[in-house]
Design a protein around this ligand. Sequence first.
Ligand SMILES: Cc1ncc(COP(=O)(O)O)c(C=O)c1O
Length: 415
Amino acid sequence: MNPPAPDPQHEARHEARAFVNPAAEAPARPYAAHGARSLTQTGFDAALAEISSWPGYAPTPLLPLPGLARQLGLGQLLYKDEGGRFGLGSFKALGGAYAVANVLRHAVMAARGLARVGSRDLLSGAYADVVGRATVTCATDGNHGRSVAWGAQLFGCRCVIFVHQHVSQGRRDAIARYGAEVREVRGNYDDAVRHAAATAAAEGWSVVSDTSYPGYRDIPLDVMHGYGVMAAEVAQQLAGSPPPTHVFAQAGVGALAAAVCASFWLHWGERRPRFVVVEPIAADCVYRSLQAGRPAVVEGALDTVMAGLACGEVSDLAWEVLHGGTNVAVAVADAYALQAMRVLAAPVAGDRPVVAGETGGVGLAALLAAQQHPALRQALALDAHSRVLLLGSEGDTDPVIYRQVVGRSAAEVLA
Ligand SMILES: Cc1ncc(COP(=O)(O)O)c(C=O)c1O
């Protein structure tokens, strides 16, 4: 965490800005009074009940990092480490696979005239004939597609995943390992989303997207309720302790951030943490939408090392929560995301090492940026009493890139 030499080129690489959301709801405003009605406690509870019944389920750790907290001038720093989630390397395992299960459960209920089918019934193989006729598909930056492919393999249907040109070979291979067919689409993530939708319509496949758009909400809503498992675990892990004062959530299309925001709002009410959304400078669609007061599109290549956040359009469902649920939006340069990976891998005294991929440590990237940009720290209202929760959304989901950035493999970091 050495401060950079003050030369203009370096300054540009260490760009960071914050926007304090004037439309943020007052703490006392209940979730029910806010306009977002789609994400519900019932939906979160149903997802937790299903997902926690899957083989291999275990809550991911909530790691205290007291040494780093001291160094950053904070009271407490907690890191929810999703690197081990179902062996897939990211929180995304929760959402896509849960939505696949629901698509297949509904297909079986319709085909057999049943009132209820659970994911355990699918796993039993009793409906393999119905499930085997289904194909699920989506566009992905890597992690969501991996989750959909894993869900398809777990429950026994076919899967085709669309990736854009910038998705690394490592991430494509990881999807293919779950038996999915991987197809490349020219353009960026949003082009791949449109291509997946058009192909599915022509072929009669089910799109399992993590982003919603007009007329397409039910499946992304399942995805988001699945992500809520992460927030429910945090609430459980902090039972008996005061809630964090701040949560830093990284945003691509905003589904993760919105799910966590809604879940904490429902759980902690007016004691809920200040909610901070963090994005890459090159793909800051939530930031710009909050500035504009309505969804705004970021065009272009959306070129950033934060692969999971290279999205130019906020999801409709996410926007419904985030426009009033976000207190501060932060946009950071890639340099901070890379620095965050290295800082977590080489911990200060008293902390344990943490493996975070390019998109996983982005909350810390914002904290590191706040060290160098006093205006950012002020906008975030951070001080020595702050109890900060970071969503460590992925481990080394691309081990080759991880080693290039950190200089060691995940196993070496943890040894
Ligand atoms: C590791 C990781 N973290 C965060 C995100 C952002 O999630 P969302 O697109 O729901 O905002 C993604 C998206 O792919 C991701 O892969």
